[in-house]
Design a binder for this molecule. Sequence first.
Ligand code: NAD
Ligand code: LMR
Length: 376
Amino acid sequence: MFAARRALTGAVQARAFSASARDLSKVTVLGAAGGIGQPLSLLLKLNPRVSDLARTRKTFYTPNTNILTSNSKSMISAEVQVSSLPALVGSYILILDKLGVAADISHINTKSKVTGYDPTPTGLASALKGAEIVLIPAGVPRKPGMTRDDLFNTNASIVRDLAKAAAESAPDANILVISNPVNSTVPIVAEIFKKAGVYNPKRLFGVTTLDVVRASRFVSEIKGTDPVDEKIVVVGGHSGVTIVPLFSQSSHPDLVGNPELLQRVQFGGDEVVKAKDGAGSATLSMAMAGARFAESLLKAAQGEKGVVEPTFVDSPLYKDQGVEFFASKVELGPNGVEKIHDVGKIDATEQKLLDACLADLKKNIVKGVAFVAENP
Ligand code: NAD
Ligand code: LMR
């Protein structure tokens, strides 16, 4: 009888697992026609774990929930950046993505289905409904001379409004925030989810994978090794001194205190912003990093064990110092965050970097929380 019950339980669990594995593969990209969004969507379309790719094709943002549509050809044919429309900022910000990206990607002969959605609240809700993973690269990128924090004024409200839609239509999804400044936009999403009564700290991630990707590549350049073998832990946050690589834990502890390498890892984003000379920031490497993180979450959701990615999460590690979110190695599982690793043993030089990181991070996080309190 017990054997029969065990067999029955096993069957039910197997069904539950396969059903959830199937259901868990819908991925939604908000801001999908942007510099990151397009190659990210392409990489997701090539990923056999993704069965259904929902993309907001054409999007716009209205701070006062005032929805604007226009058939004016010039609006539809141009990608209009917030910064190019200063006169409109404050009354509304209109952002139209290039049309046809979803149709284009949908012709790729992999199994997943791609759907583009119109920029209406209903379209956004449909794009989000049933999503297991929501990637958010929506927002403006830096220009030379700007810090990521300079993006706060524009991107905070974009992320807030998308978070509201996600809290409503995809409260159980894993939310992957790419939009900068990540150190503040992640707390913004958390506050919105808390207000909606659906906050699950295990399902909110700031994507810091690009810092890890860069560290691995830059080390391999110095050491003449294969970057695949260079697993560099990067902790903290995602901007300047909040990015703390821990070379003491790598196979090259001699790199601790290498000023050029540290500069490249902490300010790699600036290298790209400078090279693009006003045309934006990292998009292709970021798309790779975002796709890698989404793939790791899907692997973990589909039952793979031991999937670890550094990511910026609601973390207990430095809460006693008033730092609510922190990036460290996180083991992923079917419920999102499975285990948050502490930073481990670090060098005295790295401890100084960590202290500087925590001081900045605290301010960035407080800024995000205050924004939602003041602009609900
Ligand atoms: P982009 O301007 O090329 O694309 C942004 C897209 O977002 C555009 O298509 C725009 O129409 C869309 N958008 C704006 N408001 C929206 C809204 N309310 N709803 C839906 N879509 C909206 O910019 P990008 O180069 O793709 O960068 C996007 C963001 O990612 C920037 O904030 C950038 O700083 C950040 N970024 C983060 C990392 C990271 O490591 N986390 C790396 C690179 C870039
Ligand atoms: C990056 O690290 O490349 C991104 O955060 C974009 C930027 O503004 O640097």
